[in-house]
Design a binder for this molecule. Structure first.
Ligand SMILES: *[C@@H]1O[C@H](CO)[C@@H](O)[C@H](O)[C@H]1NC(C)=O
Ligand SMILES: *[C@@H]1O[C@H](CO)[C@@H](O)[C@H](O)[C@H]1NC(C)=O
Ligand SMILES: *[C@@H]1O[C@H](CO)[C@@H](O)[C@H](O)[C@H]1NC(C)=O
Ligand SMILES: *[C@@H]1O[C@H](CO)[C@@H](O)[C@H](O)[C@H]1NC(C)=O
Length: 686
């Protein structure tokens, strides 16, 4: 949103509240006026893409007034109070003019200013009228009894009145070309490149990066207009059409990606993968609400516990999604992975987590419904890019893959256009490229495309898994490998693909390698990918057999990245729920360092996983584990503090653990060691 505001934090064509300066002495006002007039005159040499003549004429007239004002100053006499009224009116007008000139020359808003060029012309006219009116009331006789400069002022007044400040005929013509292009979009007519070039040339938009600036600006304008409730909304259609135009132009007209943005590495903070999940995946298929306590039933489908219980309560013992008759409807397995994703998603998107606030209908989604022209333009753009990927030169393909990469980031609608245009199989082929930049673009594009369900299918159906695994293992750059891991994470959100990915014997070892040697981002992506794979119970042994446990235990001890620690704890907690997982963890990790993680982990989610892990270890590991934990001098303290500030789930787990530890001590002192482990166990055995 910030980009839409210019340097001074103001939206284009709006004026901040400028207050009339009632109490300021006329001589002070005069100084202010002179300095403002100088500011305005500096614009004389600027390039005005639109309203050029009007702007230049206004600057010229202000220049004439400036001469007059300086003469008044030179007389160095006390100005009559009645001059103050005129001066403060002038001041208002000058300030607005300066803002207007700033808008006319600002980069990024050129297309917008073209569309509004008649409004701008009108503003110039209104402001110059205001100036001549203000000058009219100037008590000239009092300022200059000798009448020397009066004629000067009268000249200005006359000129300001006379000039019409009309819409510049060139602006008008170019605007018409622009509108005809987007009308063409609506009717599916591929625009002629020359018309587009004419518009861009006229506005001085001469490079890819300038085009990109226009897009960014439009994007934020669209955001602002969408948020506003007023009649601004009817500008939306025009803005969307402009967006379609400029996007098409950027992709089709410029061959070279220039500017700092082009090769900039992506450096979004921590949990970008999670932040971009489709929130619909978190809704219970029955209640359509974000799930509070997701549980998986026999068929592998996940529902919110309360909804599925209600469903069973009505006497139906079939899976609502598949209709399969259930042999054991009581079997509800908590889906920890899903819970974690929901919590992270909620906390990162500022949505109150379902645990704290129950109603979550307003999940941030794509509010935007673009207009027809923009949609059609997007379809043409994607068709065009798809053709280039098929038939372009190496260089063209490279550029197209970059365009696709940045388009794939923007919205699900754009992703669906790309998928429909058939870019997925072509991008997969590009993964074989030895050019690191092309390969990276292609896999980055696939990563974000794979948020769209259609492209998940397209990837898998075109043997994409193999290509992606190949990049995961041998990608030219670390970034490419990291994106490959991220892509697998998204693919793993589909149960069927989770199985498929797990079946590929190369995937998990390759992910492990990244956890071992990758950058933090690569580690992160690999961790969440493994976590995603664990959603399928059949992958449990595979993950375990890969030797992930010592790696994670090591990471816990050595990393200072909170997000990596939390992810590791989450995986370990999930693994520990089965006996063989517990055994592996006990073999490689020492309990004291896990207890330490409970203290040092700063996130509540991390603590929750840590206590889940400890509890699962006790439940599955039996009294040997309990005996060690009882001796730890700090654990009890941590557990009690969790009772006051943990998540509700952490509180439950912490109290269960406390109970186990207490019981153990009591039994030990009373000599009986039987049955240390209480009911908790039953819910963990799948
Ligand atoms: C690529 O070129 C061939 C032959 O010139 C053509 O038949 C094919 O349709 C083109 N493919 C695309 C996607 O434009
Ligand atoms: C994917 O899209 C998100 C925004 O939707 C962006 O922040 C991220 O950088 C993109 N990833 C890649 C690898 O381009
Ligand atoms: C992609 O789509 C959204 C709306 O669906 C739009 O706001 C965005 O600007 C589009 N295009 C590009 C090139 O970013
Ligand atoms: C527990 O954490 C706090 C702050 O995070 C730290 O000051 C303290 O030393 C830790 N305790 C132990 C025993 O490590």
């Amino acid at each position: 949103m910030i980009q839409s505001l210019n340097g001074s934090g103001r939206r284009i064509l709006t004026y901040p509240d400028v207050h009339p300066c009632d109490d300021i002495a006329p001589n002070t006002l005069l100084e202010l006026l002179i300095s403002l007039a100088y500011d305005i005159c500096y614009y004389k040499t600027e390039f005005f893409p639109t309203n050029n003549r009007n702007a230049k004429e206004v600057i010229r007239q202000i220049g004439v007034i400036l001469v007059f004002l300086e003469e008044v100053r030179e007389r160095d006499s006390d100005l009559p109070d009645s001059a103050g009224l005129c001066f403060s009116e002038l001041l208002l007008a000058f300030q607005k003019i300066r803002y207007l000139l700033e808008d006319c020359t600002s980069e990024g808003s050129r297309l917008c200013m073209l569309m509004k060029s008649d409004r701008v012309a009108n503003q110039f006219r209104v402001l110059m009228r205001a100036i001549s009116t203000a000058l009219d009331v100037l008590p000239l006789g009092l300022i200059d009894p000798m009448d020397e400069i009066n004629s000067h002022v009268e000249l200005v007044i006359r000129q300001a009145r006379k000039k019409k400040f009309e819409l510049d005929p060139n602006d008008k013509r170019v605007k018409e070309t622009l509108v005809s292009v987007w009308n063409g979009f609506e009717n599916g007519i591929i625009p002629d490149k020359d018309s587009i070039k004419r518009v861009l040339d006229y506005l001085g938009i001469r490079s890819w990066s300038m085009c990109n600036k226009e897009m960014k600006f439009l994007d934020s304008e669209i955001g602002l207009v969408t948020m506003s409730s007023s009649d601004e909304k009817n500008e939306l259609g025009g803005l969307c059409s402009l967006m379609g135009f400029v996007c098409y132009a950027r992709c089709v007209v410029f061959d070279i990606v220039d500017g700092e943005t082009s090769r900039q590495s992506e450096n979004n903070p921590g949990n970008w993968v999670l932040a971009n999940l489709n929130p619909d995946d978190f809704r219970c298929p029955i209640s359509l609400e974000i799930m509070v306590d997701p549980v998986t039933i026999e068929t592998g489908h996940t529902y919110d516990r309360s909804s599925i219980l209600k469903w069973f309560g009505t006497g139906k013992s079939i899976c609502p999604k598949t209709g399969t008759k259930l042999t054991n409807p009581e079997l509800l397995v908590p889906n920890l992975v899903m819970r974690k994703l929901i919590q992270q998603y909620c906390s990162e998107n500022g949505i109150p987590s379902p645990e704290t606030g129950r109603r979550n209908r307003h999940v941030k989604g794509e509010i935007l419904v673009g207009c027809l022209a923009a949609e059609k333009a997007m379809k043409m753009v994607t068709q065009f890019l798809s053709c280039i990927l098929a038939n372009g030169t190496k260089k063209e393909k490279n550029k197209a893959s970059y365009e696709i990469r940045i388009l794939a980031k923007t919205s699900n609608f754009n992703r669906s256009c790309l998928v429909e245009a058939g870019v997925v199989p072509k991008l997969l082929k590009l993964l074989l490229s030895t050019d690191s930049w092309t390969q990276e673009n292609a896999i980055a594009a696939l990563l974000n495309l794979s948020k769209h369900s259609g492209s998940k299918t397209a990837i898998v159906e075109n043997w994409g898994l193999e290509y992606i695994v190949d990049v995961l293992k041998h990608g030219v750059k670390m970034e490419a490998r990291q994106h490959a891991a991220g892509t697998l994470f998204y693919l793993a959100s589909v149960e069927e693909y989770r199985i498929l990915i797990g079946d590929n014997p190369e995937v998990i070892p390759a992910l492990l390698e990244l956890i071992k040697d990758g950058t933090n981002r690569a580690k992160k992506n690999s961790l969440v990918a493994i976590f995603g794979l664990l959603m399928h119970h059949g992958n449990h042994w595979r993950v375990l057999a890969s030797g992930v446990v010592p790696l994670l235990v090591n990471l816990l001890a050595s990393s200072d990245r909170e997000d990596l620690i939390t992810d590791s704890l989450a995986i370990l907690a999930t693994l520990a729920e089965k006996i063989d997982g517990t055994v592996a963890i006990l073999q490689h990790g020492d309990l004291d360092s896990i207890v330490k993680a409970l203290n040092s982990s700063t996130s509540r989610v991390g603590k929750e996983y840590c206590v889940s892990l400890l509890l699962a270890l006790c439940t599955n590991g039996g009294k040997d584990v309990v005996a060690v934990l009882v001796k730890n001098p700090t654990l009890m303290g941590y557990l009690y503090s969790l009772l006051t500030d943990g998540t509700s789930r952490a509180i439950k787990k912490a109290s269960a653990l406390i109970r186990i530890l207490h019981e153990y001590c009591e039994k030990r002192s009373s000599g009986s060691m039987a049955h240390v482990l209480p009911q908790e166990r039953s819910i963990h055995v799948w």
